[in-house]
Design a protein around this ligand. Sequence first.
Ligand code: CA
Ligand code: CA
Length: 165
Amino acid sequence: MDERRIAARFAGFDQDGNGYIDREDFYSAAKALLAEFDVTARCDKGQDLFAGAEAFWQGMAGIADVDGDQRVTRGEFVTGAVKRLRDSPERFAEIARPFLRAAIAVADSGGGGVAVASAERVLRALGVEGEVAAQAVASLDGDGDGRVSEDEVVRGFALYFTVPE
Ligand code: CA
Ligand code: CA
């Protein structure tokens, strides 16, 4: 993976743009999603989302926070996360599954995945630009039924790191 792509992926996680990834970034992402879909933090869906954000952060820290200071710098991200996901993108993506599952529940009240339009709102709330978000979601909905399943979302997350754009 080249430097520009690594920088873009790092920036996606560094939601507040302060130069490192930490727990706050994952909580910011959860808050942004709750605000976008007008869901309170106290309800079951809100609590599930924060639990997923915590698990996602713990997974990321376990992989990439080499010096254990509860911050993942760009250098740690490159040597830790990027190497790990190159070896096994599916396993890397599993650290995101509880968060992604909870995000789907927040974005869509019906069972069985999330509507394409709602999935696009999720990505935009997380700071992905409109055009990129639309393309990403369209590519996830392989069978074109207008919905994206949890597995499709997790797989898309893995591909996001491994497939050249
Ligand atoms: Ca940050
Ligand atoms: Ca660190």
